[in-house]
Design a binder for this molecule. Structure first.
Ligand SMILES: [Zn+2]
Ligand SMILES: [Zn+2]
Length: 313
């Protein structure tokens, strides 16, 4: 037996409940979990009128250690430390999968949404998109990297900004403060924008050279700093003022041309990016493991009572 945080039916209260120990199917591994973050997407799923799968174990920011391999799994071994992300599996053959943009795969399965998630003592997860997690990283610090971390990373990466360029990052919350660290690691000069002085102080403490309040931010970034080479807007899809400020903060010559059809709002081909949840590049954690240990540091921005339920799992 194990225990998990379960949504039993649409819009029902989420409860910690006993579960049968899962058996890894073909392509899956059994993971003993160490920690799992709670994402706003988990809350969104619990509020859905018609969630795609119930009963559902929530969670897509899980860190754990592999206990057992299912049939056909050769890329991991028992004892390996891994992270479970929102992207559980993808088709591997569509144009998005073949171009390293698996997050747009129309046949993807998602942890804690269309397949069982990681908020449990033991989890059977597909091996395809598991990330290797460095031993030196604590489970609670590594967990948010499985969703917020990759989302922020992709936002910075898709700007295409070269070292030395100045990037404005709008929103210093759970994603934004990680985006600042990724941008600094990429050699970018960061201008942080937020409505909160406290968040701007945090941004400065983790490497933002410029920090401005959101009110009149675009004007300030233009007049005082000559405009931005790129912008990453992490203020939420519905926050159009963030988008507007991002566009207005660009330096005159910054290219901006094409809107992505995804959700009608993601402007990826230009120099502004608003990322979708849970982007992942499988080798990323291996390539950046040393820098993650030394530079990347998710911060606790708000106490959450739900975190205490982990002790019951
Ligand atoms: Zn998420
Ligand atoms: Zn695909």
């Amino acid at each position: 037996m194990t225990r998990g945080l379960v949504l039993s039916r649409a819009q029902a209260p989420v409860v910690v409940t006993d579960l049968a120990l899962p058996e890894p199917a073909e392509g899956q591994v059994l993971i003993k979990m160490e920690a799992c973050g709670i994402c706003h997407s988990d809350l969104f799923i619990t509020a859905m009128e018609k969630p795609p799968l119930v009963p559902l174990v929530l969670g897509h920011e899980g860190i754990g250690r592999i206990q057992k391999l299912g049939a056909g799994v050769s890329c991991f071994a028992p004892g390996d430390r891994v992270g479970v992300t929102f992207l559980a599996s993808t088709c591997g053959v569509c144009e998005w999968c073949r171009s390293g943009r698996e997050q747009y795969c129309p046949r993807q399965l998602n942890s804690g949404y269309t397949v069982q998630g990681a908020l449990a003592g033991y989890v059977a997860a597909f091996a395809q998109h598991l990330a290797r997690v460095p031993e030196g990283l604590s489970a609670t610090e590594a967990a948010p990297m499985c969703c917020a971390g990759w989302t922020a990373y992709r936002g910075v990466k898709e700007t295409g900004a070269a070292p030395g360029a100045t990037v404005a990052i709008f929103g210093m919350g759970g994603l934004g403060h990680l985006a600042v660290q990724f941008a600094r690691h990429a050699g970018l000069r960061v201008a942080a924008v937020d409505v909160s002085e406290d968040k701007l102080a945090l941004a400065r403490s983790i490497g933002a050279e410029i920090a401005v309040l959101a009110e009149n931010a675009a004007r300030s970034l233009q007049k005082e700093y000559g405009g931005m080479d790129a912008a990453v807007v992490l203020t939420g899809a519905g926050c159009w003022s963030g988008w507007r400020m991002g566009l207005l903060s660009f330096r005159r010559s910054t290219p901006f041309s094409k809107a992505s059809p995804f959700a009608g709002v993601s402007l990826e081909r230009g120099r502004i990016s608003r990322t979708s949840c849970a982007w992942q590049q499988p080798a990323w954690s291996t390539r950046t493991s040393s820098s993650m240990r030394s530079m990347m540091r998710p911060r606790c921005l708000r106490d959450c009572a739900a975190a205490s339920c982990w002790g019951e799992l």
